[in-house]
Write a protein that binds this ligand. Structure first.
Ligand SMILES: Cc1cc2nc3c(=O)[nH]c(=O)nc-3n(C[C@H](O)[C@H](O)[C@H](O)COP(=O)(O)O)c2cc1C
Length: 355
């Protein structure tokens, strides 16, 4: 049973509600959706490895680092294990305007392990401490350098392991730890299985918080409901939502409401804002080497009507290659599920499309 120790600090923590770094998912369009759903969440990029930032030049920087002003506060997650490379990449990140630099010490994928970073870094706390220090040396004082990690490696459930990791990295100046509260199994489990099979142990994070009262701990892993987020954010310094924010994205707006009292927008209002954003993006990037297409945004919005009447047809229409190829953001309105006022113009549109 977790001890409820509501901290006054938790209410004001900049990490109270955060969205997870998710490769291939939490790109800049996805983050604009998250921001539209939650004005107060702190948003994390996908993991960006140091290579493209250091050797890639302007085009790679644009590709990996571009973001919209509305995304603030937004954190850049870096993947790497060479202190000088991480320091250079962190500096590039702050020059682009990121509000936080986060180091990935939690990803268990084989590819990442071959690069000797991600979760396997948990076995090398002094190396992580060195990297954190090198990054802190180059970023301005108002930009925190934070670490996202697991609670253990493989089947080792020793609390001392994660306590020593946190202690060593904190001594180098890291004050904020985002803890995915399950072990990472480095051999034999896919990244997906690694998000499901190792058991969640929030009590380990509770213990870390008790042992390091001056540090900030953000709880991540398996949080699904707004009530759960609100409760856990009182017990820790904040929560991080990953899959639920993506697959059932309206939950993020409901969580925002439960935690900050923000009025709940309707799903249709979210759609209208995203339609305007998409139209702007398409117009602004016309003629670019990588113009924004309707599908770049719509693919993140499939989960907006999860569990709602018409949710399946919404997904189906927004996944239809022929419709998407028209590259017309009005498709969002045509795909809206049956909802009161929209019904009047929806049926003729559907009839016309069927014809
Ligand atoms: C598709 C996908 C990609 C992910 N990519 C990253 C990543 O780049 N960096 C990272 O630290 N964690 C990554 N994660 C893990 C999430 O950040 C988070 O720790 C995990 O999903 C548990 O949170 P949840 O139960 O709320 O989803 C990824 C998760 C998913 C589902």
């Amino acid at each position: 049973m977790m001890t409820a120790v509501p901290t006054e600090g938790a209410r004001h923590s900049p990490w109270r509600l955060t969205t997870a770094p998710m490769m291939d998912w939490s790109d800049r369009h996805c983050r604009v959706l998250f921001r539209t759903l939650s004005p107060n969440a702190r948003l994390y990029t996908e993991m960006v490895t140091t290579g493209p930032l250091i050797y890639g030049g302007e085009e790679q920087h644009r590709r990996h680092l571009r973001f919209s002003d509305v995304e603030h506060p937004v954190a850049l997650q870096l993947g790497g294990s060479e202190r000088d490379d991480l320091a250079r990449a962190a500096k590039i990140g702050v020059d682009w305007g990121y509000d936080e630099i986060n180091l990935n010490c939690g990803c268990p994928s084989e590819r990442v392990q071959r690069g000797a970073f991600g979760a396997c870094l948990m076995a090398e706390p002094t190396l992580v401490a060195d990297c954190v220090k090198a990054m802190l040396d180059v970023v301005p004082p108002h930009v925190p350098v934070t670490v996202k990690h697991r609670i253990g490696l493989d089947y080792n459930e020793s609390y001392d392991f994660v306590r020593d990791f946190v202690g060593t990295v904190a001594a180098a100046g890291c004050n904020v730890f985002i803890v995915h509260a399950r072990n990472a199994v480095l051999k034999g489990l896919s990244p997906k299985a690694n998000r499901e099979i190792p058991p969640l142990r929030y009590d380990v994070v509770t213990k870390l918080r008790e042992d390091f009262p001056a540090l900030t701990f953000v709880l991540n892993g398996g949080i699904t409901t707004p009530a759960q987020s609100a409760e856990l954010a009182e017990q820790f310094h904040g929560v991080m939502l990953g899959r639920v924010a993506y697959h059932d994205s309206y939950t993020l707006a409901q969580t925002e409401q439960a935690m900050f009292g923000t009025p709940l927008p309707t799903r249709e209002e979210i759609v209208e804002k995203m339609l305007a954003y998409t139209a702007r993006e398409i117009a602004l990037t016309q003629g670019h080497p990588h113009p924004t297409r309707m599908r770049d945004v719509s693919r993140h919005m499939l989960g907006l009507f999860t569990g709602q009447v018409g949710g399946k047809s919404w997904r189906r229409m927004l996944s239809d290659a022929t419709l998407l190829n028209e590259n017309d953001p009005q498709l969002f309105l045509k795909a809206l599920p049956y909802h009161g006022d929209y019904d009047d113009h929806r049926q003729p549109v559907l009839d016309a499309m069927a014809g």
